[in-house]
Design a protein around this ligand. Structure first.
Ligand code: ZN
Length: 120
């Protein structure tokens, strides 16, 4: 018998609630019993170390905390909008959620800031 988990990823069976195939970037395994809130596509995360501050302190460095962050693309299965989530790997906050267009603006803005920084 050919079980779904034995098949290559591109031939895996879709659950009955999933009406369209996964986008190419989706790395999430979808199951028939997934809760409706868990029915979303998700890319492989990109991990990076960061320093976050979750509350205002003076000086600001007093609230700095080093954590592992990740960025990934998410899209609910019946939605046309994809989101880019930047969030801690091990907890829920602080979280930044951007549309793909906003993430592209951020990408260009960061590149410009870093280019200015390397000029100095
Ligand atoms: Zn998917």
């Amino acid at each position: 018998m050919n079980r779904p988990e034995d098949r290559p990823a591109d031939e895996k069976a879709q659950p009955s609630w999933q009406r369209t195939p996964c986008p190419q970037w989706c790395a999430r395994v979808h199951e028939e019993g997934d809760h409706p809130e868990d029915r979303y596509h998700q890319s492989e995360p990109t991990f990076f170390p960061a320093i976050v501050s979750t509350h205002a302190t003076t000086p600001i460095m007093d609230s700095f905390e080093g954590i592992d962050m990740l960025a990934r693309v998410c899209q609910y299965v019946d939605d046309v909008v994809a989101w880019v989530a930047i969030e801690p790997a091990e907890r829920r906050e602080p979280r930044l959620v951007l549309t793909v267009e906003s993430a592209q603006l951020l990408e260009r803005g960061l590149a410009a800031q870093l280019a200015r920084h390397s000029e100095s």
